[in-house]
Structure formats: C-alpha cells, structure tokens
Design a protein around this ligand. Structure first.
Ligand SMILES: [Zn+2]
Length: 257
C-alpha cells in the first residue's frame, strides 16, 4: 500500500497542479534513481545512517553496566547469515531497540531497565529476525525513496556517494515514520523464538517481552510515552504476545511427548 502510494503520489501532485514541472521532474528523477538501489548500496547507506545515529545519540561507555550486560547477553551471537553484527546501548529512558541493514543493533537503556535478561535477548532475537528477513534493508530503501520523493535529499547521485547530514536527517525521519507489516513482525517474533531456543532461553521469553511492552503501554501514565516509539515501529504487541504464547505452549507440549 505504501509502495502504491509512493508510485501514485507524483500523479496526484501533478493533478493538483501545485508543483512546478521542474520540481516534479526532479522528484521523478530521484524516484527513478531510488528504484535501482542495490543491496550493496543499501548496506553502505545503512552504515552511513548508523554512523549518523550513533553521533546523535549518547552511547553507553564500554565499561558501563549496560554495555557489560549487553555484551554478556550477545557473546554467543556474532553474525547472522554471514552478516556481522555490532551492538551498542543508547543511553535514554526510552524503551526501544532497532536494527539496521549493516548488522547494527542498538538497545536503549530504558528497555534494559524494564526487561529481564531473557526478555532483552528475545528482543535482540526479534531484531535479528528483521535483519535475516531483509526487512531493515527494505525499510531503508523505502525511507530513501520517501525522502527522495519529498525532494528532501536533492539530486541523488546514482553512485550514492557520501550522504550529507541533512540528507541523512531526511532519511532518518522517513525511517522513523516507516512501519513493518504485521506479517514481518510475526516472522521476526518467530525468529526471536528460534534464537531463544537455540541459546537455551525460555520458550516464553519473546512472549514475556511482548507482554511487558503491553503492560508498560497500558500501565501508569508516565511510562507510556517511553514505549510510544517501540509501539509505532512494532505494532500489534498484544496480538503478537498471544501468538507467541501459543507457539511456546505448543513447543512445551511437544517436548513432553
Ligand atoms: Zn519488529
């Protein structure tokens, strides 16, 4: 639907007659260019985006209890499908975590405060699922297209030479506004479940993490805003929690047979 909207928008704008031809042509050229982004280019774009995000954020120090805890949790997972993973903690009260197509996974200290080790591990497994399924790469491509369509990043060089900070900021806005589909979330939850089982965590770890998010969002007023972004990028937490409980129940029943 989003894709369709993007394809249709230039025509809608043209119909409104509010855009001059030159600008419309420019947006069209940018749009056409953005459709030829290769996986290699998007990986480079993700790396640049992550350098920008890291620079904008407060990263927990290497000897901080947060970093120590995270490193211990992920010591057994260095890569997924040949993609090297790198982990950092963003020091903020917000309850969130995200991955980017270059293998970067960022966990917010607010989420680490709210969750147990196995729940954090499950969330990381979920982000690995998005990486494995190329969801984050596709979302980055989408964000780039959105920014290009808005003509926010100017004339795009087909070779995607180094992006400027204002271009990265435009992509960041589009990236934050983008949303995974329910099917993508279900698939990433399933991968979280698999990663938890493979690493001897409870089959209920992802269920518990999702339940925690539902509780936090519905609980006392102050905390709901902290989970707002996690919810905007990861919708349907209650539905997903119910689904994960069923998956865990079935797994446990199977183990007993
Ligand atoms: Zn997700």
């Amino acid at each position: 639907m989003k894709r369709l909207f993007i394809l249709l928008t230039p025509f809608l704008l043209a119909a409104c007659g509010t855009l001059n031809t030159e600008k419309l042509l420019s947006a069209g050229v940018n749009l056409a260019t953005s459709y030829t982004i290769t996986d290699e280019q998007v990986a480079t774009m993700c790396a640049e985006y992550m350098a920008y995000q890291d620079e904008q954020s407060t990263i927990a120090a290497a000897d901080s209890p947060y970093t120590t805890r995270l490193n211990k949790l992920v010591s057994g997972i260095k890569n997924t499908d040949g993609l090297n993973l790198n982990f950092k903690v963003y020091q903020t009260d917000e309850i969130n975590a995200f991955a980017c197509g270059d293998g970067s996974i960022r966990v917010y200290s607010g989420l680490m405060d709210a969750m147990s080790d196995e729940e954090i591990f499950a969330v990381i497994g979920h982000e690995i699922g998005h990486l494995k399924n190329a969801d984050t790469k596709n979302m980055m491509k989408q964000a780039y297209k959105t920014a290009a369509l808005k003509d926010a990043i100017g004339a795009i060089n087909p070779t995607l030479e180094k992006l400027t900070n204002s271009q990265l900021a435009a992509i960041a806005t589009a990236y934050k506004e983008a949303q995974f589909s329910q099917a993508q979330e279900f698939a990433a939850d399933q991968e979280a479940f698999n990663v938890c089982i493979a690493n001897s965590y409870s089959p209920y770890a992802m269920y518990n993490a999702l339940n925690k998010l539902v509780e936090l969002a519905g609980g006392n007023s102050g905390s709901s805003s902290k989970v707002a972004q996690m919810f905007s990028t990861h919708p349907d937490s209650a539905t997903r929690a119910a689904r994960m409980k069923q998956t865990a129940d079935e797994y446990v029943a199977q183990q007993k047979q």
